[in-house]
Write a protein that binds this ligand. Structure first.
Ligand code: PGA
Length: 264
């Protein structure tokens, strides 16, 4: 596990965007796992800028998003389809045929739909780089606390904390979604490289438990300790409850010297 400590949100998002752009330059047909949420907005802004400046070409990249709210159409302003279009796809040259986002409008036969999403990932050759945010409750994707560490893409009931975090984005009186389709923790662990970004004090407890606590289904992101190539990119506020910060800084210095590829 690599823990990259950055001063603030702008440095976290820049580092993440540079890692993604560099992965695309190394493998133009990269299979990229994408995430939504406030933390990701700046990452996409940097990727769009890098693309406009000619530093990264997404024409052969294949994307898979982690999750989508159940019951929201792609045009709903709070849908993750809408988020992705607004912040990323409308501004870069990802081939629309290569974009995959779970369909929030499906009804019935959820298992069959979710199995087909997993199959599409497999047919694409598996995810090379997976971007992740983290919830205050430690969720990754919409894998809420007590999600099975072996879980695959499925229908998931949202936790109270997530409902509370999300309700502010919906119009007064509008029911916010109670369920989502999400890739599972097992699906995420299959990615070849995982980049998790966390910023702000509200994430500090979840970050500390995920990196330094026991692996537990109560903290979904702690399952990443099982992954052989995971990088946490964390700002000062989100890192504030980590006890081994001095060690992570030394590891970063040595990584820059010995295996700089992991940082670029
Ligand atoms: P946020 O969401 O980036 O909006 O904080 C992260 C998440 O819940 O995964």
């Amino acid at each position: 596990m690599l823990v990259i400590l950055k001063r603030d949100v702008s440095q976290v998002s820049l580092q993440a965007a540079e890692l993604v752009a560099s992965a695309v330059r190394k493998k133009p047909s990269l299979v990229l796992g994408l995430a939504t949420g406030g933390t990701m907005v700046d990452v996409y802004r940097h990727l769009v800028r890098l693309h406009r400046d000619g530093h990264v070409d997404f024409s052969r990249v294949v994307t898979f998003n982690l999750d989508e709210y159940l019951g929201l159409s792609p045009s709903h302003p709070q849908s993750f389809h809408h988020f992705m279009h607004e912040h990323f796809f409308a501004h870069v040259n990802v081939n629309p045929a290569n974009i995959h986002i779970p369909d929030g409008t499906i009804r019935g036969n959820y298992d069959q739909y979710c199995a087909s999403y997993e199959e599409a990932v497999r047919n694409a050759g598996g995810i090379d780089v997976q971007l992740l945010g983290i919830g205050r409750n430690g969720h990754i994707g919409f894998n809420e606390p007590t999600s099975s560490i072996a879980s695959r893409t499925r229908l998931k009931v949202l936790s109270r904390e997530t409902l509370d975090d999300n309700s502010k984005f919906f119009a007064p009186g509008e029911d916010s979604p109670r369920c989502a389709i999400t890739m599972g923790i097992g699906s995420i662990l299959d990615a070849r490289r995982v980049l998790l970004l966390a910023t702000g004090a509200s994430k500090a407890a979840a970050v500390a438990k995920s990196i330094e606590g026991p692996i537990a289904s109560a903290v979904s992101a702690s399952a990443l300790q099982l992954h052989p190539d995971v990088t946490f990119i964390v700002d000062d506020a989100a890192a504030s409850q980590l006890t081994q910060r001095e060690y992570y800084l030394r590891v970063m210095e040595m990584t820059a010297l010995l295996t700089p590829d992991r940082l670029s």
